[in-house]
Design a protein around this ligand. Structure first.
Ligand SMILES: *Cc1c(COP(=O)(O)O)cnc(C)c1O
Length: 385
């Protein structure tokens, strides 16, 4: 049996007609840059995220970058974030010339450990970028409290968490800004790159609209330097169509997560499954924690099961951040998670038999290593990466 990590063709075949119609509408109008399709997408995503304003941008990475630019954060400023995230989170901070300050994660949720933030706040700290990793929200209440006390900006990196909710609040609606990504593997994916910033602040929304269009306001008059961070009209049209299905896809991911949870519990395996602390976890990824992770991944690969490691090297140990001076061991929980975690297929169209097969294969691997002290034949046949 084949169980890919993600199968976007299954999703597309169910909504092909709608998508083709939406693309054809853009082609018929030949309005490719901003315009009504982008505005419609912005208002729908803003409403979905319980925010007043949406600003369509070129990617989740550019969403983060534009927010930092809108706050004039740059050289000499520090921005606190997690090292256990996709590179873009810290890349945006470095890109504006500010210094990323990494705070370790809570190993139970893989999100930033809010108890460790206060010790990292200095006079130079201008902002915090919490990441809602894998679809589960970071603990926002203490973050907002600290931000208020120290006049810091909060930019939620909600790239993996559109529609996630906690204490009645949607991801992206709590901080000064929320950033979404429409990268195809996100829960709401475009047919290419795209992103959105949401905010409840009219002034910030206005500033972002100008920044994403080269700081031009009115046309050809530039008070600030921005860039081309615009969301494509075709991508906006596609995202708007797909948004109608998002809740049903999320329900499918949640159903699959529940099934995995049950199967792993029944199998009594030494597998740490995701701890759900958010009211609405949208399961962009289903990440388990095991010992001998790399061997298990190779074994599953040999059985036709796709997996991924998010993320093998925490950001504080990336070569490009060597100048920040973090040594191995500096942020032990992030380093431990990077070593032991692995994402299993969780996309909504998976059949129950596929999930059962995944857990059966994990069980077979673990039985083999425990009965053979780790030198089982079957393991040696597993492909090496
Ligand atoms: C995907 C992602 C981004 C970047 O989004 P792009 O649209 O690919 O630029 C940023 N942060 C996190 C946590 C992500 O998962």
């Amino acid at each position: 049996m084949k169980v890919p990590l993600l199968d976007l063709k299954a999703q597309y075949s169910a909504i092909k007609g709608d998508i083709e119609t939406a693309i054809a509408e853009v082609l018929d109008t030949q309005q490719f840059i901003l315009g009504p399709k982008v505005e419609q997408c912005e208002s729908r995503i803003a409403a979905y995220s319980a925010c007043a304003y949406g600003i369509g941008v070129s990617s989740g990475s550019d969403a983060l970058l534009a927010c930092l630019m809108a706050e004039n954060i740059g050289a000499g400023d520090e921005v606190i974030t997690t090292p256990y995230t996709f590179f873009a989170t810290a890349g945006a901070i470095a890109r504006v010339g500010a210094t990323p300050v990494f705070v370790d994660i809570n190993p139970a949720t893989y999100n930033i450990d809010t108890a460790q933030i206060a010790a990292k706040i200095t006079k130079k700290t201008r902002a915090i970028i919490p990441v809602h990793l894998y679809g589960q929200m970071a603990d926002m209440a203490p973050i907002m409290q600290m931000a208020e006390g120290h006049k810091m900006i909060v930019i939620e990196d909600a790239a993996q968490a559109i529609g996630a909710e906690h204490n009645g609040k949607r991801a992206g609606s709590i901080g000064h800004y929320g950033c979404f990504s429409f990268f195809p593997s996100k829960n709401l994916g475009a047919a290419g790159d795209g992103g959105m910033i949401v905010t409840n602040d009219a002034g910030r929304a206005q500033k972002l609209r100008i920044l994403r269009n080269h700081g031009s306001e009115p046309k050809y008059f530039h008070k600030v330097v921005g860039s081309n961070f615009r969301l494509d009209a075709i991508q906006a049209a596609i995202v708007t169509v797909k948004l109608r299905y998002l809740d049903s896809w999320t329900a499918g991911r949640q159903r699959n997560a529940k099934k995995y949870e049950q199967l792993f519990a029944d199998a009594k395996l030494p597998v740490i499954t995701p701890l759900v602390v958010t009211d609405r976890h949208i399961f962009n990824q289903y990440v388990i924690r095991v010992s001998r992770r790399n061997e298990l991944q190779a074994y599953l690969h040999g059985k036709g099961i796709g997996t991924e490691i998010y993320y093998p090297v925490p950001l504080h140990l990336q070569e490009c951040f060597a100048y920040l001076g973090y040594a191995p061991g500096a942020l032990p929980e992030s380093e431990g998670a990077a070593k032991d975690t692995m994402a299993l297929p969780i996309y909504p169209e998976l059949a129950p038999q596929q999930l059962e097969y995944v857990v059966d294969c994990v069980r077979a691997f673990m039985t083999a290593i425990s009965s053979a002290g780790g030198r089982d034949n079957e393991l040696q046949e597993a492909p090496r990466r």
